[in-house]
Design a protein around this ligand. Structure first.
Ligand SMILES: [Zn+2]
Length: 64
């Protein structure tokens, strides 16, 4: 699984960062969500990197 397409945490909107919305289509996620990678971000010494999620069959998924 490549993380090349995952932006930094600073480029994400809060719902995406919180795993509430799809990284690709930005629609709300449910229990069917799948991790698509880790968005990296650092605030001073704090590692704010988070796992971001998408729909398992999201039509906007580049690999789909
Ligand atoms: Zn989606």
């Amino acid at each position: 699984m490549s993380t090349a397409a995952v932006p930094t945490v600073w480029a994400l909107s809060r719902p995406v960062r919180d795993g509430l919305r799809c990284l690709h289509c930005f629609l709300p996620l449910d229990d069917e969500r799948v991790p698509v990678g880790i968005a990296r971000g650092y605030w001073g010494a704090h590692d704010l990197s988070v796992t971001v999620y998408a729909h398992p069959d999201c039509p906007s998924t580049p690999t789909g």
